[in-house]
Ligand binder design. Structure first.
Ligand SMILES: Nc1nc2c(c(=O)[nH]1)N[C@H]1C(S)=C(S)[C@@H](COP(=O)(O)O)O[C@H]1N2
Ligand SMILES: [Mo]
Length: 205
């Protein structure tokens, strides 16, 4: 019994157990996971933009340059994938979601949920309440480098307090909704709340 406990915990860096949610193991690697293929872009100013619409005074579109001109922050935090890997002390740069809201038309009082729209139709839903978190952001750098294409270049949602599928890669749109609407994995049986500390992995749990 003790041996099994020890083996399990030996894979975790010293002092980090309180940072590893139940059922997760720590990896130094950065696994790549997605449904579909990795998009590639030629000239971002022509081929990429970010649209915001829904429960907002008027829709808005950011070009690549406009988006990158927004004030950015860098944070260090841990990420947790539902496939059981966690990665500690990852550094991300981007626009904090709370800050982003200051640069778009006012949300209507009816705006309660966010649906992220990505290339190839991938979606992920998050309550706006969760996006108010200090660490929730629209991220474009990992460890001070531009995101790799397979990790979401040129922009991904970043919601580290939820399982990582909510951190939608290749972001193209943000839709503000009055009611929750399930995203891609949420429709396929994953838990809508997706809190790693509660082990909310699947919807029937
Ligand atoms: N657009 C898009 N974003 C996505 C996915 C996807 O299939 N498409 N997969 C999600 C899942 S299941 C995980 S675990 C993380 C993985 O991010 P990574 O490949 O950078 O580790 O991306 C999430 N974002
Ligand atoms: Mo995932």
């Amino acid at each position: 019994m003790f041996e099994r406990f020890k083996q399990k915990h030996d894979r975790t860096p010293k002092g980090a157990t309180d940072r590893v949610p139940p059922g997760q193991y720590v990896t130094e690697k950065f696994p790549v996971l997605q449904y579909g293929s990795v998009p590639s872009y030629q000239a971002l100013e022509q081929t990429w933009d970010l649209r915001v619409w829904g429960e907002i005074e008027s829709p808005q579109t950011f070009s690549f340059a406009e988006f990158r001109a927004l004030p950015a922050i860098t944070i260090k935090t841990d990420i947790h994938c539902v496939t059981r890997w966690s990665k500690l002390d990852t550094t991300w740069t981007g626009v904090q979601f709370k800050e982003f809201l200051k640069h778009i038309p006012a949300l209507k009082p009816s705006a309660k949920f966010l649906l992220a729209h990505c290339e190839q139709g991938y979606t992920a839903n998050v309550p706006l309440e969760v996006m108010e978190d200090d660490e929730a952001m629209l991220a474009y750098k990992f460890e001070a480098q531009e995101l790799e294409p397979e990790h979401g270049f040129p922009l991904r949602l970043f919601v580290p307090h939820k399982y990582f599928w909510k951190s939608a890669k290749w972001l193209r749109g943000l839709e503000f909704l009055p009611e929750d609407k399930l995203g891609f994995w949420e429709r396929y049986g994953y838990n809508n709340h997706a809190d790693p500390w509660q082990e909310e992995r699947y919807s029937d749990e």
